[in-house]
Design a protein around this ligand. Sequence first.
Ligand SMILES: Cc1ncc(COP(=O)(O)O)c(C=O)c1O
Length: 342
Amino acid sequence: MMEKDNLDWGNLPFGYLKTDYNVRCYYRDGKWGEVEISSSEYIPVHMAATALHYGQEAFEGLKAYRGKDGKVRLFRWQENAKRLIHSADGIMMAEVPEELFYEMVVKVITLNAKYIPPYGTGATLYIRPLLIGSGPQVGVKPADEYLFMVFVTPVGPYFKEGFKPVSVEVVRDVDRAAPLGTGTFKVGGNYAAGMRASQRAHENGFASVLFLDALEKKYIDEAGPANFFGIKNNTYITPKSNSILPSITNMSLEQIAKDNNIKVERRKVPIEELETFEEAGACGTAAIISPIKKIKDHSTGKVYEYGDEPGPVSTKLYYHLRGIQEGTEDDLHGWTTIIDGI
Ligand SMILES: Cc1ncc(COP(=O)(O)O)c(C=O)c1O
């Protein structure tokens, strides 16, 4: 498959770029209908749709990677499909069956195959599945109709300058999610709740915020759009919390750490422990790992520093996971799915 010829792959932003097609499917009368292909970037939405009023909306984010061998791989798409079911269930939406999720993801990638960035550019094809309550309600209750759609957009490397550490800001005056709230679901409301804090962090020159647990403000929860980990004594330590998104990247890094004889601990991480880490990082689909060089506590002014270069453990984990996604490392756990014919 030929790539689109007028795109500067190495300099794409990490943002939205129009492609040719998206795919859609409606849930009506208790069942999913036919998959439709659309070339419109717009969706007709009823003004009383529950997505608009009561936040019945969930999404996913995954990527297709062009490997060194020319093959196109999806990474652990089953986990994204399961997480969407978990999110849908959490806010009372119709669940998208795993097979429908996969069918639509493959279809939209295949239709837009020329937008899959070539190997070696650092760019990838970002896939955004979106599930919304499209049926009208005025009272607060779940919609009767849902729209599931998937679009794709080529995105540039998350770090233009390469794999470079960033600074993050701890916030205490904004909570992303309550302990028994919607934090484990990938729903728009969580991002709306955190937006004030992340915008302020950006204005203060930080790449992201670091949220603390909402109840006690004692433990680290997660970064704005990514989970958190710290490294010390050859151990990968990541917060256990019932208000963070279960990151598929984090789950994979934990396994890769074990495969590399690095110990793994998933437990509460008190904020004071930041003092003791040799390395710290944020992890997610967008960047795999964003190493952290500095964490500043917005309220107390305290600063924790980890050096201007990525640490050895973060570097090892980053290249190992990236290698699996690009087909240059053995896929020991069967995490990748090759999409045939493109
Ligand atoms: C709030 C939040 N936490 C964590 C992650 C990382 O999750 P994943 O590794 O599945 O991309 C994301 C991004 O998807 C996110 O938005």
